[in-house]
Write a protein that binds this ligand. Structure first.
Ligand SMILES: [Zn+2]
Length: 294
């Protein structure tokens, strides 16, 4: 039997979302207007294969987020054009999703139009004012050191951490810190094993609500010789709801229904479709999070 990609994604979504409250909550809101999400995939630094377009066809990650979004009440617009953040356009989005690298105010690797200075200010103001943000994988490898800034970078403060390197791709154990976040139930209640490129992170915000934990014991590479640290988290930036997961390098991660469900949960929470308590738990769940070396 052959099924097309869309049927496969919908089937995966249905299987995933059936038993969880997520599907119900999203379904209740389906009648309302779709939430508008700008999925920004510009690479001013390294360009990942999951967001690289062949000719003008949408990239794998762009197709997947657009399709699962459409099936669950989100209008996702994928772009590499930084002019979408211009003052006359930025107000239309309920949330922003980033799989980006580098200083996005520079043309950089992919030569797509950069974000203007006004656009960047407008973006950060929008999140502070209550718009949502969903960061995936290299979203923490964006701004910061690429514009010679550290923990004082408002972008880093918004997203909650910054890329500090990565080791070889490997199957790692992800601990479940908060199974109640929408979509996390597909990862189980205790731990989940997955092959991806795992980011080491620094400048982690003290107010993070950790959802999934990077369990470092036994991981290969100098980047992971440190105590457990947050892998997926949520927190507030002003009135804005911010979500980040370091997963999302590999194609098969993007095709994984558990990952897709987590992203749907993130879209739902950050756009206000449902509420979630993001009281900080970083100090109790990952007490050694400030320590970058064992
Ligand atoms: Zn990567």
């Amino acid at each position: 039997m052959t099924i097309n990609r869309r049927e496969m994604l919908l089937a995966a979504g249905a299987a995933l979302l059936g038993p969880a409250s997520l599907g119900r909550v999203l379904a209740q809101d389906k009648a309302g207007p779709a939430k508008k999400v700008l999925f920004f995939t510009k690479s001013s630094g390294f360009q990942h294969s999951v967001i690289a377009r062949k000719q003008d066809a949408p990239a794998l990650a762009e197709r997947i987020l657009t399709e699962i979004g459409r099936a669950h009440g989100f209008e996702v617009v994928a772009t590499k054009d930084g002019r979408m953040f211009d003052p006359d356009k930025i107000g239309q989005w309920d949330a922003f999703a980033f799989e980006t690298t580098g200083d996005l105010t520079q043309e950089g690797t992919d030569k797509a139009p950069p974000i203007s200075a006004d656009g960047l200010q407008g973006f950060l103001d929008a999140i502070r004012g209550g718009k949502g943000f969903v960061g995936m994988h290299c979203a923490t490898d964006t701004f910061g050191v690429h514009r010679k800034m550290g923990a004082e970078d408002p972008y880093i403060q918004m997203i909650g951490g910054h890329f500090a390197g990565h080791g070889p791709q490997q199957v790692a154990t992800i601990g479940i810190a908060d199974p109640s976040f929408p979509g996390v139930s597909a990862f189980g209640t205790d731990a989940y094993r997955l092959n991806d490129e795992w980011y080491n992170q620094k400048f982690l915000a003290d107010d993070l609500h950790v959802i999934l934990v990077q369990k470092t014991e036994g991981m290969r590479g100098n980047d992971y010789q440190r105590p457990n640290y947050p892998e997926t988290w949520a927190h507030m930036f002003g009135k804005g709801r911010v979500f980040y997961t370091s997963m999302g390098h590999r194609e098969d991660v993007w095709e994984n229904p558990a990952y897709q469900g987590l992203l749907l949960g993130a879209l739902g929470w950050t756009t206000g479709k449902f509420d979630f308590d993001v009281s900080p738990n970083i100090a109790t769940v990952t007490p050694g999070y400030k320590q970058l070396k064992n």
